[in-house]
Design a protein around this ligand. Structure first.
Ligand code: GAF
Length: 383
């Protein structure tokens, strides 16, 4: 969706020109799953798919939000009436951002917003983070709030945690706000320190496929929260501030001290997953990109067997892709559906994609959506 098209749609809708147009991308996570609420490491990169917002300020305390992808006219809300727990459907996400900014002491006089998105929804590709980040980027600039990108990510996380009610970590918002073209983002979620890691697969004759299983997931339902609570229980039983503080070499001893088998499994996933992120960083830094394949596969096994958040469709993508010659594959994102990533030689990409499609057909699953993920830019102003 181009900036000028979205500006034109805004003008048609609201009868005046927007003051600007911004874009924020969805993401895939290369490695580091569910580590972000354990003070751990993650490594996402931004997709070329973006949520675009044309925005103009208002001075009457009214917030009007419209989406090209939703039926009906603009949803009209009053900034002063916004409060966690309100139920305004998809408009909850932009409303949550406005409430969070106001709650942090910023004056938001109102806004007209028109949104159009190419980020698939419910596919584990962070469509809600893209929506929140693009609104926050626009309001930050128009209302001259002076917020840095990491701070915008933090505010959007709070919007999702407190207003929308989903207990998510900080990865998706930071990916959308801070990623850069041609790089994966190595993020330490404890202190939010970041490193842009060059990740140009095309130059190496490689490709990363995203396979959207079309199985829809949601994070405000209970399973995500249960995993998070289990991890927190594990940290408390081990007497550490977060599972990040359990060193990989001390994992066997730590597991022996835990009484519940379920908590033991969760702890094992987080500690080994942090280790896998460090391993992937080492391999990428050494230029040994193909060698990350088995690390991705081990990550999938851990999410399937220990964290227990995979599903038959995700497992089928991984198993079929590996049999058809992929270098590595794993589910990506929160789990319970959504997408998998597949690392493959360029020359084998079509064969692998076709094998996955055929396996879905044979299993009677809805046809998956397969595309190549190119590491792209983070949030930015278009017009
Ligand atoms: C979802 C959440 F929003 C992230 O914070 C993260 O926990 C992820 O699931 C799992 O790694 O995308």
């Amino acid at each position: 969706m181009s900036g000028t098209e979205t500006a034109g749609a805004f003008e048609e809708l609201y009868g005046r020109a927007p003051e600007g147009v911004w874009a924020a991308p969805g993401r895939v996570n290369l490695i580091g799953e569910h580590t972000d609420y354990n003070d751990g490491f993650v490594m996402p990169f931004a997709l070329p798919h973006t949520t675009v917002a044309a925005v103009a300020r208002r001075d009457d305390g009214v917030l009007r939000v419209h989406s090209a992808d939703m039926p009906g006219g603009p949803v009209e809300l009053r900034v002063a009436d916004l409060a966690p727990g309100r139920e305004d459907g998809w408009a909850n996400y932009p409303a949550a951002v406005v409430w969070t900014l106001a709650d942090a002491g910023h004056t938001i006089g109102g806004a007209d917003i028109h949104i159009a998105s190419t980020v698939p929804t419910g596919a584990g590709l962070s469509s809600s983070a893209a929506l929140q980040v693009v609104v926050a980027m626009a309001l930050n600039e128009l209302y001259e709030l002076g917020l840095e990108r990491w701070r915008i990510a933090r505010l959007c996380q709070r919007a999702e945690n407190v207003y929308v009610g989903a207990p998510v970590g900080i990865m998706d918002q930071t990916a959308s706000a801070c990623c850069t073209d041609g790089h994966a983002l190595f993020l330490d979620t404890r202190d939010l320190s970041q490193r842009q890691v060059p990740f140009d697969l095309a130059a190496l004759g490689l490709r990363l496929l995203v396979v959207d299983t079309q199985v829809k997931h949601a994070h405000s339902d209970g399973e995500y929260g249960k995993r998070r609570a289990g991890c927190e229980q594990g940290a408390a039983e081990l007497g550490v501030p977060a599972l990040r503080d359990v060193p990989h070499e001390e994992l066997p001893a730590a597991l022996d001290r835990l009484t519940s088998a379920e908590v033991r499994r969760l702890v094992r996933h987080i500690v080994t997953e942090n280790h896998r992120v460090e391993r992937v960083i080492e391999l990428l830094s050494a230029g040994d990109v193909r060698a990350i394949g088995p690390v991705l596969v081990a990550g999938h096994a851990s999410l399937r067997d220990d964290f227990r958040i995979s599903c038959p469709e995700l497992d089928l993508v991984v198993d079929t892709a590996l049999t058809a010659g992929a270098l590595g594959a794993r589910m990506t994102g929160g789990g319970f559906g959504g997408s998998a990533i597949v690392l493959v030689e360029d020359a084998a990409a079509d064969t692998v994609a076709k094998a996955v499609e055929a396996a879905f057909d044979e299993a009677g699953f809805t046809a998956p959506r397969v595309f190549t993920a190119v590491p792209s830019a983070g949030a930015r102003r278009l017009v």
